[in-house]
Design a binder for this molecule. Sequence first.
Ligand code: PMP
Length: 356
Amino acid sequence: MINIKGLLRENIKPLKAYEAKEIPCKVKLDANESPYGISSKLLANLGSPKSQRLFGALNRYPDPEAKFLKKLISRDLGVRLENILHGNGSDELIYYLITTFGGPVLYPIPTFSMYGIIAQAIGERRIEIPLNEEFDLDIDRIPGAIRKERPKLIFLSSPNNPTGNCFSSDRILKIIESTSSLSIVVVDEAYQPFSSKKGFLPLLKDYKNLVVMRTLSKIGLAGLRVGFLIADAGIVNEVDKVRLPFNLNSLSQAVAIEALKDRKTMKSYINSIISERERLFNELAGVNGIKPYPSEANFILFKTEDPDRIYKGLLKKGVLVRNMKGVVDGCLRVTVGTPEENTVFIRALRQMLGSK
Ligand code: PMP
């Protein structure tokens, strides 16, 4: 009998498969997805002769360079084509970055779990530095850790998942500047479309060790799995060496192109989520025993005395949120949904806890 465990690389042994269980619910507010799918106009287009041609060409491999999609992204973000690399979601780009440059990999905690999971899967050392009380970068500890550990990669999710805030720009900048010849700093801007703060794209021309990551997952296209990294062409060319040749399938490329052309609809969905986030924050602040944290993303982290009871109680009423108690003490995370979904959520919470 083969001993599978005996064959495993040591670094795989402590890993657990990523849990993305489908939990039945009426209102799904657990995964930071957009509540808005593709527009009806776009859906209708999928029956057009152009789409028929696409479906007819599925015997062929996709465009390995995703040229047309990258052209659109290049125009939308105001960056050059040679500075963009496409991924099957930004998850894949995290894999590629760590595969290309190796570790140690440094990131603050709590943050997006995949930086640590992928570093572990690839067998690289992880350096985790707790955020300070305000969920900002601990600028007393990070520079020392960088000098001592010399990380090849530093991942900064800003806005940060799950805390929702942006890190202070001057702290991010200080890290980029102080490590310019040592480390690559990846600013993961998955939630930037919802933020009032300026992102880091304009700084790419000044800092050769800066990588910015973006994704279509939070703006209505999570099912397509499309992400991008934007960086100096020197970095893009190296990471491109480990990219699987056909990492973005034809259907994802085609649908993403059509969806991105409809900028007006995309923008209106984003604006609705931002204004609902403000309403949700105020409503949460008015519920007994709830402390919401300000957010620049499409979700809100909130503290309660008994997160398990609230999580289960909400689910009983059909509302699924994310229990973050193992990550941030006493906290749950709710994704901003449609106005109706948010109202169902708030009503359910008020029924359990009452108003202030
Ligand atoms: N970065 C952050 C900070 C995220 O929260 C997520 C999704 N939860 C991702 C990246 C992954 O995005 P994608 O769907 O593009 O792989």
